[in-house]
Structure formats: C-alpha cells, structure tokens
Design a protein around this ligand. Structure first.
Ligand code: PGA
Length: 230
C-alpha cells in the first residue's frame, strides 16, 4: 500500500522536522512493502532521512527562469526531490491550472524522470449527474497525459470529499476505481478525500485501491502513522 501525506499550506520548516522525527519513531513498525510519501510545503523541502520519500506539492515546468513565486527543477535538485504531485483539484480550481497547463507540467517532469502522483477528481454537480458523467469527466483529465509512464501513480480524489470529513462511499470508490483501472492498467491507484484513521481499513480493503492520499488526517504524525500501521 501507498500512504501519501499532502500537508498543503500547513506546517512550517520547524514543525515538519518535528513531524518527521515523530513519524520515524513509528515507521519502524510498518510493513516493508508499504510506501510512504510526504508532501510538505515548499519552504520545508529538504533531504530528510527516513523510510519515506519527500515530494513537492507543485513546481513550475522549467529548470529556472523568470517565474515569480514559483520553484523549478534547480530548487528541487538542491534537496534531491524526485517526486511531484500534479493536477490536484485545489491547483486546478483555485490556482486556475488548465488541463493544458497540467499536461505541460506532467511532460516536463516525466522528461526529468520524476515520480508523478497525478490527481484527478470530479466536482459534486458532476457526481450528481451519475456514473457515466463522472467517468467522462475523469477520463478527460487524462488528456495529454502519458498513462504508460513507468513512474506514474494516479490519485482519484472526488472534490466533494476533500477536506469535508465526508469520504466517498465504499460503493462509489469501488465502482470508480474499477472503471479507472481499465484506463490506467497496472499503475497504482490511490483514493483521496477524507481518508482518516476511522475509515482507513475499509478503504484500503477495496479492490482496486492501492493506497491513499491524505490531507487533513495527515497533518498530525500520530494520526498519519496510525493509518499506515492500521
Ligand atoms: P483530505 O484531503 O484528506 O483533507 O480530504 C485530501 C487531498 O486533498 O489530497
């Protein structure tokens, strides 16, 4: 199983260090085949030691240059960051990233051999239209994306389940993952959206779920490690 923590705009450099210290104490008990990823904010990126990979929540598809407010490959190389989250709904919706922007970013980081966790997810009004509409919406988020890329992990995160405390139902996750697996073949597929210690066992036991991308419940090292060890 894959357990990925997305801190979003939470934690500082100092609190990330403390978090990692606490997490490292717990990770001794994790199954060796389970993989852990941490996505701290850009100011807390560093070459940390531990049984996990650190990735960036975002970066600009350039080595360096005039992109005010962004970081590029050069800044990631400094800390040997080789993993990136691309296509998160908050970046699509609040930062205005189009499918074209997302695909351009994907191609750049693919070219530089990054491991990519690529996020897709539908808004509530699409989910309410029914399963066919959901799949049409999700598959359009693969436009311009090389699904054959070796270092690809896909994360399905229904937008209405993110940060709301209301996870998708087992049935919703199960049918959506089954359909998505047809499109992405053998690539790992994570579920995201209010995954937490109380529902983790149920979620990871669903066929077609290879792990979770966790926001709110990952902010506390105790809660995140509880999920990994569940
Ligand atoms: P959540 O966020 O766990 O707080 O719902 C998940 C995500 O946005 O990756």
């Amino acid at each position: 199983m894959i357990f990925a923590a997305n801190f979003k705009t939470n934690h500082t450099r100092k609190s990330t260090e403390l978090y990692i210290e606490e997490l490292n104490e717990k990770l001794g008990a994790k199954k060796p085949e389970d993989r852990v990823y941490l996505f701290p904010p850009a100011t807390a990126l560093d070459a940390y030691e531990g049984d996990f990979k650190v990735g960036t929540q975002n970066a600009y598809p350039a080595v360096n240059g005039a992109y005010t407010g962004e970081i590029g490959l050069e800044q990631l190389d400094e800390f040997d960051i080789r993993t990136i989250l691309i296509g998160h709904s908050e970046r699509r919706e609040q930062l205005g990233e189009s499918q074209e922007n997302v695909a351009e970013k994907f191609a750049f980081f693919q070219e530089h051999d990054f491991e990519i966790i690529y996020c897709i997810g539908e808004p509530l009004h699409v989910r309410e239209k029914g399963f066919e509409a959901v799949m049409q919406y999700l598959l359009a988020q693969f436009d311009g994306i090389d699904l054959n890329y070796d270092s690809l992990i896909v994360a399905y995160e229904p937008i209405w389940a993110i940060g709301t405390g209301r996870s998708a139902t087992i049935e919703e996750i199960s049918t959506t993952h089954r359909a998505l697996k047809k499109a992405i073949a053998d690539k790992p597929l994570l579920y995201g959206g209010s995954a937490k210690p109380a529902n983790i066992k149920e979620i990871i036991s669903i066929a077609g779920v290879d792990g979770v991308l966790v926001g709110s419940a990952s902010l506390d090292a105790e809660s995140f490690s509880e999920m990994i060890l569940a």
